[in-house]
Design a protein around this ligand. Structure first.
Ligand code: GLU
Length: 449
């Protein structure tokens, strides 16, 4: 039985990796999920098997771990941990975001770095994979504290990055403002401008549409999924979780293409707009203050419910855009019961493994983030191209290239995940296998090192 064989091969690999590390739950789970889809492909190809491709991709090339010491506004010394996981530079410079969030740990970053390698491979661009960050919490910090932390953080990281070495970008807690601070700190330390980070503010070498890229790309991917199912986006009721960059820009693009976005959310609760959120409501959500934003002005047509999630609102389409493991088995059952047909991940790994099983068993078509949220890193790749050529492209050119990249990711993934018969493609399997093949060929070309 192929499924039994995949499970046995995966168990052997995970045991080998576990023996080399301790307390690495999140990372081993991420490797496990990919191994089930690709190890049978590896064993069927003698070159891939001899090169031990997946085992090499699973272990990071290196982990840089450091202490970040800084002073808060009260003059007290504060200490955080910082990391950069340089997972693979087979296809190009290490590339991936920096996350500043109190729940950041090394195993979480290793799982995200491993995912990033596969995601970046799917873009077709010359990008390796990495992830980094700190357990620093920018949520309660003042602007001056964030600036002092950014300087101290980059003081440790700068020697390890550079435009053809490792190019960090933002992730949770790190937006254009923080990247601006980090980029300046890098320039001062390296004595070179360099374009060593992406997601920069436009006026210091950033790319048009980088801020919108993940959300817009998610909707372009969704349109390709709907096309493949001979469905249109127009008139679909879409529920989105989150109210950050990804969620807000996905909502704007989906609305512009004729969908009805009925909800967004945050850790604080749910904003429900039964008739669809308007641009004015999105402007209010974008400007309202973090977790304290509650009831919106009455004329915006949005109701706020503290503590609620958007999955029980019977959407046709769900776009989880908040954080990992935010959508559990109960949420998945609520989506199935409400008639949801498509789920595309805007966040990194927002579905628990159990939620995925519930949705797949019910025939809901699900796209994994490594394919559907690759628009952010894709435009980072375009930002690197612009920086290398000392150029700034027009927003229209970037939007056109992004649409093209998302369409081609979709088509490659759908082709690899094509089901026998006329069922929908298995996008998870397709994404893992399509990325694996590109990476495996690069491993073989590079020899044993
Ligand atoms: N943090 C984003 C991601 O998860 C962007 C990474 C980048 O642009 O390097 O893909």
């Amino acid at each position: 039985m192929p499924e039994d064989r995949a499970a046995a091969l995966t168990d052997t690999l995970i045991d080998t990796l576990r023996a080399r590390s301790a307390d690495e739950g999140a990372w081993l789970d991420a490797v496990d999920a990919v191994a089930r889809d690709v190890l049978t492909v590896e064993k069927a190809n003698p070159d891939f098997a001899a090169a031990r491709v997946l085992e090499r991709l699973a272990d990071p090339d290196r982990v840089i771990a450091f202490r970040v010491t800084w002073r808060d506004d009260a003059g007290r010394v504060r200490i955080n941990r910082g990391w950069r996981v340089q997972q693979s530079n087979l296809l190009g410079p290490y590339k991936g975001g920096l996350r500043w969030h109190p729940a950041t740990t090394l195993p979480v970053l290793k799982s995200l770095a491993f995912e990033q390698v596969f995601k970046n491979a799917l873009t077709g661009l010359p990008l390796g994979g990495a992830k980094g960050g700190s357990d620093f919490d920018p949520a309660g910090a003042s602007a001056a504290e964030i600036e002092r932390f950014a300087l101290a953080f980059m003081g440790e990281l700068a020697p390890h990055i550079g435009p053809d070495r490792d190019v960090p970008a933002g992730d949770m807690g790190v937006g254009a403002r923080e990247i601006g601070l980090l980029s300046r700190a890098y320039t001062l330390q390296a004595r070179a401008w360099g374009g060593a980070l992406t997601g920069k503010p436009l006026c210091i070498g950033g790319s048009p549409l980088r801020v919108q890229a993940t959300g817009y790309g998610l909707v372009f991917f969704l349109c390709a999924m709907l096309d493949a199912a001979e469905t249109e986006i127009e008139g679909q009721r879409i529920a989105i979780s989150g109210r950050g960059n990804v969620a807000l820009h996905a909502a704007r693009k989906a609305g512009a293409l004729g969908a009805r976005v009925i909800a967004l959310s945050s850790r604080a609760g749910l904003w429900h707009a039964p008739d669809g959120v308007t641009d004015a409501a999105l402007d209010w959500l974008a400007s309202a203050d973090g977790d304290t934003a509650t009831d919106p002005p009455g004329d915006l047509g949005v109701r706020f419910t503290p503590g609620a999630k958007p999955w029980g609102l019977e959407p046709d389409i769900a776009l989880p855009c908040a954080t990992q493991n935010e959508l559990d088995a109960d949420d998945a059952r609520a989506l199935v019961d409400g008639g949801c047909r498509f789920v595309a991940e805007g966040a990194n790994m927002p579905l628990t493994a159990e939620a995925q099983q519930v949705l797949l068993r019910a025939g809901v078509v699900c796209a994994p983030g490594k394919a559907s949220n690759a628009g952010g890193v894709a435009v980072s790749g375009l930002e690197m191209r612009q920086n290398a050529g000392f150029a700034t492209w027009s927003p229209a050119r970037i939007e056109g290239e992004l649409r093209e990249i998302m369409r081609s990711i979709h088509d490659r993934v759908a082709e690899e995940g094509r089901a026998s018969g006329d069922g929908a493609p298995d996008y998870h399997r397709g994404a893992n296998r399509a990325a694996y093949r590109r990476l495996a060929r690069a491993v073989i070309e590079g020899g044993a090192v």
